[in-house]
Design a protein around this ligand. Sequence first.
Ligand code: CP
Length: 305
Amino acid sequence: MWDGPHLLTTHDPDGDEVRALLERAREESFEPDALAGRAVATVFFEDSTRTRVSFSLAGQRLGARVVDWSSRGSSISKGETMTDTFWTIESMGFDIVVVRHGESGAARLLADHAHCAVINAGDGTHQHPTQALTDALALGEALGREQGWDFSGLRVAIVGDCVSSRVARSNAGLLGVLGAAVTLVGPEPMAPAALGEALGCAVSHDLDAEIGRADAVMTLRMQLERGAGTLLPEGYDYRAGFALTRERAERMKPGAVVMHPGPMNRGVEIDGAVADGPRSLIRKQVAAGVRVRMAVLEEAMRRSG
Ligand code: CP
């Protein structure tokens, strides 16, 4: 998972590193001055609410100076490239740069030549490692698996536009190393067999067959900005087959939970009554995100020496 001081991916992660990070986030025994004298930049070429605010808050809670940069209103409008923007910010003396970009591989490209720690806050359809850590923390705590972070026997259905989803890819690797059985569920173009093979997950095109078996159902946003609207035939009734409706939620196992990384499209992939209902972990996921990002920033700094 870690590449020196960088956190870029949870594809095929080291289980010990994952469990150590989750345990640190669970303990919450952070020193308020752990990052005193350090500077953290959040550099977002793509929009965000949860990830950027939680990294910013996490850095502040650890005593770092935090600067938030977004491409809107920046010199990107004058033609500056991603790499020149990154080097410009890095040259100001930041210790950690948290970067989000719409291109898969962007975080790796920057990290390979960086003099600071780079944390991938989401790159295209590729990876979103701190979201997967956040989801594992919320899920483990909700289902009583936080002692040892052993998810063996848990079935997690990741439902929807998996092919466009960096969250699905990051969760497949991370939940898998903890022992969970992950199934990608969606219409064939959104959950193709090849994606399941690449991620080591089962694939299903029948949510109604999976809904009663899953311990956790993680619904994904329809990613229209990544072309999700063109994946399905015109007139396709997505709601009929794959929305997490109130009726479907009622057929889930006792104790099974509903997750969504956000942002949600209520009434599209999930009904408001389910998102706000008793099974929902969605707000706990958001809260877990701050603890995870504190643990990530602390560890990145430790690894930076
Ligand atoms: N889950 C997630 O990445 O949300 P944001 O886009 O709001 O950061």
